[in-house]
Design a protein around this ligand. Structure first.
Ligand SMILES: NC(=O)c1ccc[n+]([C@@H]2O[C@H](COP(=O)([O-])OP(=O)(O)OC[C@H]3O[C@@H](n4cnc5c(N)ncnc54)[C@H](O)[C@@H]3O)[C@@H](O)[C@H]2O)c1
Length: 264
């Protein structure tokens, strides 16, 4: 069983010519699933920008990918809890790369918290990290998408909120909220030919998960519950994300796609 948190985006995945030169924004693109998605779109010839707070990982990713990409990948340092910073950054991306055709709202932090320790400030900060920016980044991106004739927004939820997991009620609430937000935004933006969908990953062995939460025992018991008996890495989210963003999914909106190896 592969236990490292490596990212390998398949060399020979599906090709989508429509992504060539398209402006794509990924939040939390500096590491983990977001980094794999950044790489996936860059390999399609898209103009990829990403927002993150992790300086070292983000610069390393830009260096690694840009050498082989049609367009250099652009890293924007911004804290997504700061709505003014989101608005400034989206404005800069549109000015540089043109209207954003694809937005992937990926950033989050699955911090654990004990029920008794959660204060109102902790709760608000957690929702700002995991839910609020999904709305405000979509709001900031929508006008240029609308003006360009349409686009696709993909939001990252999680199967975690359906598993009765006791250690992160605030995170679970946010991830359930992402699904409600997805459906409401799809209803609002559909008339502008903007599709909004959601992906619910299962257990994905990113560097952060490997460092903080995943044990050999925990991995074995989750893999045993999956239909597909292998440890999932970030690359498994890339294909579904590209598909949902592609023209082939032109009538797919307001949907939630579970990518968990078959737990649900
Ligand atoms: N890894 C999993 O097992 C798993 C499972 C289900 C859902 N998900 C979801 O997938 C998405 C990606 O998860 P991941 O495991 O790759 O996480 P990760 O921690 O590896 O990456 C998240 C990225 O978001 C960035 N980020 C966090 N807070 C930010 C902020 N305030 N401003 C700017 N950037 C910020 C981090 O720096 C990091 O680069 C998340 O939405 C997560 O909830 C992951």
């Amino acid at each position: 069983m592969e236990l490292s948190g490596r990212i390998v985006v398949a060399e020979l995945g599906a090709q989508y010519p429509e992504f060539r030169d398209r402006s794509v924004l990924v939040t939390g693109g500096g590491s983990g699933i977001g980094a794999a998605i950044v790489e996936g779109f860059a390999r399609q010839g898209a103009k990829v920008s990403f927002i993150d707070i992790a300086e070292a990982e983000s610069h390393a990713l830009v260096d690694r990918i840009s050498r082989d990409s049609l367009h250099p990948v652009r890293f924007h340092h911004a804290d997504l809890r700061d709505v003014a910073a989101i608005r400034r950054t989206v404005e800069a991306i549109v000015a540089h790369s043109g209207p954003i055709g694809v937005l992937v709202n990926n950033a989050a932090r699955d911090d654990r918290h004990d029920l008794d320790d959660v204060t109102p400030d902790y709760w608000d900060n957690n929702q700002a990290t995991n839910l609020r920016h999904v709305f405000f980044t979509s709001q900031a991106v929508a006008p240029s998408m609308r003006a360009a004739g349409g686009g696709a927004i993909i939001n990252m939820s999680s199967i975690a909120f359906m598993l009765n997991m006791p250690d992160f009620p605030a995170y679970s609430t946010a991830k359930a909220g992402v699904i409600g937000l997805t459906k409401s935004l799809a209803g609002k933006l559909g008339a502008d030919n903007i599709r909004v969908n959601c992906i619910l990953p299962g257990m994905i062995a990113t560097d952060r998960q490997m460092k903080l939460w995943l044990t050999e025992e925990g991995i074995a018991s989750t893999v045993a519950r999956q239909c597909i008996k292998k440890l999932l890495h970030a690359d498994v989210i890339v294909g579904p994300c590209l598909f949902l963003a592609s023209d082939g999914a032109s009538a797919v909106t307001a949907q939630s796609l579970i990518v968990d190896g078959g737990i649900f």
